[in-house]
Design a protein around this ligand. Structure first.
Ligand SMILES: [Ca+2]
Length: 375
């Protein structure tokens, strides 16, 4: 879908609301919608039905759960944020510089200095390089500087009950959140996150938290807001579960000047191999063998296209956020952090620009990360 305006809050699972849903917005903001934050009425039919269902399914006492919703607010600012019209799609040459800024690179290298033990432990356990984990957290929340300011319960409830286009998705996440809060011993009113309920430094949705978050320092808690050991262990685990291969590259820049790309799909899937792409005349270097899975990564820039070849580990990053540009930015930020902390010059920004070709539009932003969910 079309990429939204770039701002810290667009990074996190909230960034990608399918345009198709926008036409349904009037239903979400129908007359009678509150102009100001308003506590939910537990007697409201859909809220009461949800409380009854979740209580029965997970063994919650219904009264305290109903009382919780009386303390939960439906927030117009959340509805406004999720329905914000998509601005024009950014080119790669506009998207990349948003992330590859000096402060983000330097801060990543500084976080390495501060959290080296946590990073090394997470790398040893997951096989995911330190710099990739820093790249993910750097792109998602600027290493925790922008984790969102909404109460997670407000965000999920607002979207579960007052945003019909995505209510099925958010009711599931709300259910997962309630179970998660109980499992983790958290007051469900306390955690904060993005306007879509993505949590902590790595912006995990509740279902991802339950499935992939890891207690990195064995203190009995999974704390993605404050515990860096848990943050890196969880990011590493997420990528490992989604197919990360230790020691293998993420991508290679490619020269497509004389390549025959007709008929190639640009979807986010490992539909090609190193050999099949080379057979089309795409020139790139890699240590991987001819039969290694690969995908073409088309990146639109002024004057044409930059191409890369993504390997299995590139694909794993796209499971965090379904976007060619996202995975490319994470990889480039990781490379820049690695260079900085090792005292090397930054890798070059650009690659060969080839004429634009008639490839199918790339799905360069799906519904998020860590959620593993599509619109
Ligand atoms: Ca912990």
């Amino acid at each position: 879908m079309t990429r939204k305006r770039l701002s810290p809050r667009t990074f996190g699972p909230a960034r990608c609301i399918a345009r198709a849903f926008l036409c349904l917005l009037p239903a979400a903001l129908a007359p009678g919608s509150a102009a100001f934050a308003q506590a939910f009425d537990p007697a409201r039919a859909d809220v009461a039905a949800f409380v009854a269902e979740v209580s029965q399914k997970h063994g919650f006492a219904p009264e305290p759960l109903a009382a919780l919703f009386a303390q939960t607010e439906s927030k117009p600012s959340i509805l406004k944020a999720i329905a914000k019209p998509a601005e024009r799609t950014l080119g790669w040459d506009e998207y990349r510089p948003k992330f590859l800024v000096e402060r983000r690179i330097v801060r990543g290298a500084a976080v390495y200095g501060e959290k080296q033990a946590e990073l090394e432990r997470a790398q040893a356990n997951s096989g995911v390089p330190i710099d990739i984990m820093l790249g993910i957290v750097g792109v998602e929340t600027f290493y925790g500087e922008n984790i969102g300011k909404h109460r997670v319960i407000d965000a999920l409830s607002t979207l579960a009950f007052d945003y019909p286009p995505r209510q099925a998705f958010f009711r599931k996440e709300l259910e997962q959140y309630l179970v998660m809060a109980r499992e983790e011993g958290l007051d469900p009113l306390a955690p904060v996150g993005s306007y879509a309920g993505a949590m902590g430094l790595p912006q995990f949705m509740p279902s991802s938290f339950r499935s992939y978050a890891v207690d990195g320092d064995a203190d009995g808690k999974r704390d993605l807001w404050n515990d860096w050991a848990d943050v890196f262990a969880s990011v590493g685990n997420y990528l490992k579960v989604h197919g990360w291969r230790a020691g293998e590259p993420v991508l290679a820049t490619a020269n497509a000047a004389n390549a025959r790309l007709e008929g190639l799909e640009s979807k986010l899937a490992l539909t090609e191999t190193v050999g099949s792409l080379r057979a089309r005349g795409l020139k790139f270097e890699t240590s991987l063998p001819d039969n290694a899975p690969a995908m073409l990564v088309p990146l639109r820039v002024a004057g044409g296209m930059e191409y890369r070849v993504g390997f299995t580990n590139f694909y794993a990053i796209t499971r965090y956020n379904r976007s060619h540009m996202y995975a490319s930015a994470v990889s480039d930020l990781a490379d820049a952090i690695a260079a900085t902390r090792n005292g090397r010059p930054l890798p070059p920004a650009g690659a060969v620009v080839a004429p634009a070709r008639a490839l199918p539009a790339a799905p360069d932003s799906g519904w998020s990360t860590s959620t593993g969910t599509k619109p």
